[in-house]
Design a binder for this molecule. Sequence first.
Ligand code: UDP
Length: 256
Amino acid sequence: MNRRRKLYDGKAKTLYEGPEPGTLIQHFKDDATAFNGKRHEIFDGKGVLNNRISEFIFTRLNQLGIPTHFLRRLNMREQLIREVEIIPLEVVVRNVAAGSIVKRLGLESGTRLPRSIIEFYYKDDQLGDPMVSEEHITAFGWATPQELDDIMTLAVRVNDFLTGLFAGVGIQLVDFKIECGRQYEGDMMRIVVADEISPDSCRLWDIKTSQKLDKDVFREQIGNLVEAYREVAQRLGILTETDNALTTGPRLVKSD
Ligand code: UDP
């Protein structure tokens, strides 16, 4: 029986009230959606893997002084996070052309971009998360120019860290998405990295074989998604080859 108050039920995660004021519990589900929710499948073990991979990355970001909402992992599927005010933007950083930029600009998938490019998408499912410019963001007040500066600095620092982390285990970081939030502490406010960083939100290609080790496996239906995510976790040293940490454990009883 789970009596915690559910605050938000997303496509791949659920947020619950945390044990103390200013904290939340982020629960990783096995659900995967693509094409703005038009396709939906459940992959046993995906939530456990994303919880672990995201914990691994956010812990290192915190250690590097890149502020995040992450406090600690609680169990197989859950982590304790700071409550932040989410800025309604998906911040995408691209190093190599793939996905939507290929279609939009007629690039060849796999082409290295002249430099890393940051893009913004307005988070609105009904509108299909349209791409927006810095002008839209500041004009509509989704973020101030100063906040946008901070967001871009964070995005570049996360990109530098992740590029090196993955290169070290034979993986090319093609692109990724982060979300940022405002963390209030007394009179102070700072922008922190929020949400998750996992193969759900990154494009990760094996450097030698170009094999896809991310959510494109599901989008393009080209293999076993959990195996791909497990490979990422193993290479990062999160799971040993024989680790069977994917048993799903007790499931929440649906209250609706
Ligand atoms: N992405 C994401 N959530 C979204 C849209 C994109 O995590 O709602 C990630 C995606 O996994 C990829 C990057 O952002 O790593 C760039 O995605 P793109 O704009 O190419 O869109 P897609 O082709 O995924 O629709």
